[in-house]
Design a protein around this ligand. Structure first.
Ligand SMILES: *Cc1c(COP(=O)(O)O)cnc(C)c1O
Length: 486
């Protein structure tokens, strides 16, 4: 049976169902919705029992095979094996075991951290992005096509994309970042890459200015087609699919048998990570609750508590010390609401007509909101002072230094924990990435993995530009040359 993907907005004329590789390189469905499996694969007890002992790569192959059936199994296996090896996830912190890819670290009985940040850029986005790089290269080679990826970043996503795509055949990356707004470490991470297919553009402005340029370039449809522009943003289905795997891995690591239940706490921004947890739960993984943590930008917490979804404008977005969660419009949220409203695309069209017009919607008085606990969701919010107190408290109690985003997850997990419940908190970045706040909390610098020592002194390659979409277009044109992406 073929696995098909449908749009959450369900316009079958403009957005007919597709296979995995047909949606891999695209973004939104033509009707403006997000792609999801027509039905979630259900996992049997026998499968769960058989999967318990698998390595990360074998487990990833077993799970991804349920979602990807238009790549020959032997090829998919090779891609997954190449992605999830200790050689890639080897940043190795003291006491860690990179061979496990996502080691579980117990803080105390019933309370654990799942380390997702052992990849090349020290944040969990590598988990999915590394696979995406290998899938893109494979599919482009099969079709004899090329792609030029264009994006804007305030840090984590852009570096994860560059490290996943560097040196890959058939693709180039053009990544815009706000000039002088990233930390010296983040700049060094991106700008020191020597690969000929990676282009860094620093814009003399803020992240939003960089984002606006990207939108303007994509809106020039002729330019976009001629230069084969593509994106790797957080709505990409393959990224969500790849993230499902570590919920299974974390569940097996935290339990002795498949009769037990586990809750996961997830530091959330664009709702991609926790969306994967929701799907793992829908597949039948025995997840008790999904504890969603936000920072000062609490649009998702507000929805969970009140039923009101009110995306904020960029002027209302706070710049916080957990910056990768500074999001006021959660791009993957539509996938979850699709399930919440019984997969009725007419309801989604009506709700997102309001969101797309800059408004909000309120489910408080509906039966959908009454169903929210059935989906296991609870939420909470963490502020800068909570973050500092948590980083301090965790260090004093367990001798472990956590990053600022993970601290938000730990804070909200601790205040929501039920007696007897096992909670696994997803660790989304290494503290070395956010050293400034660690110093503020602990008065000392976090350790840096050996591979990252002294990267600030490596030579850097970056093109500095004004806030000017035409200048960016000229640059892309020049660098892609006459072959426009060959
Ligand atoms: C991206 C990111 C998040 C938020 O994840 P979403 O999938 O956007 O909800 C949390 N922590 C870190 C370190 C991140 O890079």
């Amino acid at each position: 049976m073929t696995m098909h993907y449908i749009s959450t907005r369900g316009d079958v004329l403009s957005s007919p169902r597709k296979t995995f590789t047909e949606i891999l390189l695209g973004g939104l469905a033509p009707d403006g919705g997000l792609y999801l499996p027509e039905a979630y694969p259900r996992i049997t007890r026998a499968e769960l029992d058989a999967w318990r002992g698998l390595s990360y790569a074998d487990l990833a192959f077993a799970i991804l095979s349920k979602f990807i059936d238009d790549i020959p199994p032997a090829d998919l296996k090779a891609l997954v094996d190449k992605t999830y090896t200790a050689a890639v996830y080897c940043n190795g912190r003291p006491g860690g075991d990179a061979r496990e890819i996502t080691p579980l670290r117990w803080l105390e009985p019933g309370f654990a951290l799942l380390e997702l940040s052992n990849g090349p850029t020290l944040a969990f986005k590598d988990m999915a992005m590394q696979l995406l790089g290998n899938l893109f290269e494979y599919v482009l080679a099969k079709r004899g096509e090329t792609i030029n990826i264009l994006g804007a970043t305030s840090g984590d996503t852009g570096s994860a994309a560059e490290y996943a795509m560097r040196g890959k055949r058939g693709l180039r990356v053009f990544m815009l970042s706000p000039y002088g707004r990233m930390s010296a470490f983040q700049r060094a991470q991106m700008y020191s890459l020597p690969d000929a297919n990676i282009f860094n553009i620093a814009v003399r402005g803020m992240f939003d200015d960089a984002q606006d340029i990207v939108k303007a370039v994509f809106n020039d449809h002729a330019f976009k087609a001629r230069h084969k522009l593509g994106a790797v943003n957080s709505i990409n289905w393959a990224r969500v699919a790849a993230q499902i795997v570590y919920y299974f891995k974390g569940y097996f690591a935290a339990t002795l048998s498949n009769d037990e239940k586990v809750s996961f706490a997830v530091p959330s921004g664009n709702f991609g990570n926790i969306c994967a947890g929701h799907i793992a739960r829908m597949m039948g993984l025995p997840i008790s609750r999904l504890v969603m943590a936000t920072n000062e930008n609490d649009v998702l917490d507000e929805f969970c508590r009140t039923g009101l979804y009110r995306p904020r404008g960029s002027a209302e977005t706070h710049a916080t010390s957990s910056p990768s969660m500074d999001i006021s419009k959660a791009s993957n949220f539509e996938r979850f609401v699709f399930d919440l409203v019984g997969r009725d695309p007419a309801v989604i069209r009506a709700l997102w007509a309001k969101v797309d017009a800059g408004g909000s919607f309120d489910l408080a008085a509906t039966r959908y909101f009454a169903d929210l606990p059935q989906f296991g969701f609870v939420s909470g919010k963490s502020r800068h002072a909570d973050r500092l107190a948590t980083i301090r408290g965790i260090y004093e109690k367990y001798g472990v230094i956590v990053d600022t985003h993970t601290a938000d997850g730990l804070k909200v997990a601790a205040e929501n924990c039920l007696p007897g419940e096992t909670i696994v908190v997803l660790e989304t970045a290494m503290p070395a990435k956010f050293a400034e706040t660690i110093v503020e909390a602990l008065g000392r610098l976090p350790e840096r993995p050996a591979a990252m020592q002294g990267i600030e002194s490596l030579p850097q390659r970056v093109e500095v530009m004004d806030i000017d979409a035409d200048a960016v277009k000229r640059f892309i044109k020049r660098e892609t040359g006459s072959d426009s992406g060959g």
